[in-house]
Design a protein around this ligand. Structure first.
Ligand SMILES: Cc1cc2nc3c(=O)[nH]c(=O)nc-3n(C[C@H](O)[C@H](O)[C@H](O)COP(=O)(O)OP(=O)(O)OC[C@H]3O[C@@H](n4cnc5c(N)ncnc54)[C@H](O)[C@@H]3O)c2cc1C
Length: 234
């Protein structure tokens, strides 16, 4: 698609890219909206620049993770802000991981696993992004015990509608912004970083019927199954 010309000029062509295949649709396929332009921020400053430009021009900006929502939440006929390149992950001590919004859950799980860590709540879609999930809540099998994905967030960096970058925490500065940005469907602010609680990766207990009576056969089956390799079998 040809980028919107004034937008391309303002952003010096560095942020507006060809619209990715499928950006006008989401998982539900109920709606189709062609964005005027798709912006690909490479960092927080790019998100701020985009929001400021949109504010000055009276344009809406809609953040898009991976479009796994089903009712047009990530679609727009204005500016779509594709967070795919905001994909950094870093550990902050032993109990917190700092992630950018474009990180997909599958990537984060694998990264944490290599560090002997895990997320307390795991949703079933490894392709959804951190930003897109924190904007809706995030529910997994352990949620009845430890809450939703947003309950694991200890701090957020968000870009508000005036382009300001704000650090918000649950009990500290900007606590209201923190609460409203989570589950805010991107209507309150664009999430550009999140600190999430992590826990030591405990071996999961997986009950599975293994065929064969001898230990060698059972061991072969365990090693042939990737899930069982990282689990303690009983
Ligand atoms: C097959 C499948 C399985 C699923 N399983 C589960 C499950 O087990 N548990 C569960 O809770 N959910 C589940 N979902 C729902 C999924 O978690 C949500 O639809 C989630 O919003 C998708 O994330 P996304 O990255 O694709 O977001 P998108 O669809 O791209 O965006 C969703 C919303 O978040 C906003 N947004 C995106 N990025 C940002 C950002 N950086 N800052 C602010 N707002 C932003 C968008 O504007 C939009 O309003 C599932 C969905 C599918 C398709």
């Amino acid at each position: 698609m040809t980028p919107h010309q004034p937008l391309a000029r303002l952003l010096a062509g560095k942020l507006v890219g060809p619209a990715p295949e499928g950006c006008q649709r989401d998982f539900g396929r109920l709606h189709c909206r062609q964005p005027q332009a798709v912006v690909f921020p490479a960092g927080v400053a790019d998100v701020q620049e985009t929001v400021r430009y949109a504010l000055a021009g009276g344009l809406a900006v809609v953040a898009r993770g991976n479009g796994c929502s089903s009712n047009g939440q990530s679609l727009t006929d204005s500016l779509q802000l594709d967070t795919a390149a905001l994909d950094r992950i870093e550990l902050l001590g032993a109990a917190t991981v700092r992630v950018e919004p474009g990180v997909r859950w599958g990537t984060l799980h694998r990264w944490l696993h290599e560090h002997g860590l895990a997320l307390p709540v795991v949703t079933s879609n490894e392709h959804a992004t951190v930003g897109g999930t924190l904007s809706v809540g995030g529910f997994g099998p352990t949620s009845p015990f430890v809450g939703s994905v947003v309950d694991q967030v200890t701090a957020l960096d968000v870009v508000t509608g005036d382009g300001a970058l704000v650090h918000a925490t649950a009990d500290g500065p900007h606590r209201e912004l923190f609460r409203y940005a989570l589950c805010g469907l991107g209507q309150v602010a664009v999430i550009v970083r999140a600190d999430l609680r992590v826990v030591p990766a405990e071996p999961a207990v997986l009950v599975r019927r293994l065929g064969g009576d001898d230990l060698a056969t059972v061991a072969e089956q365990v090693w042939g199954d990737e899930r069982l390799r990282i689990c303690r079998t009983v």
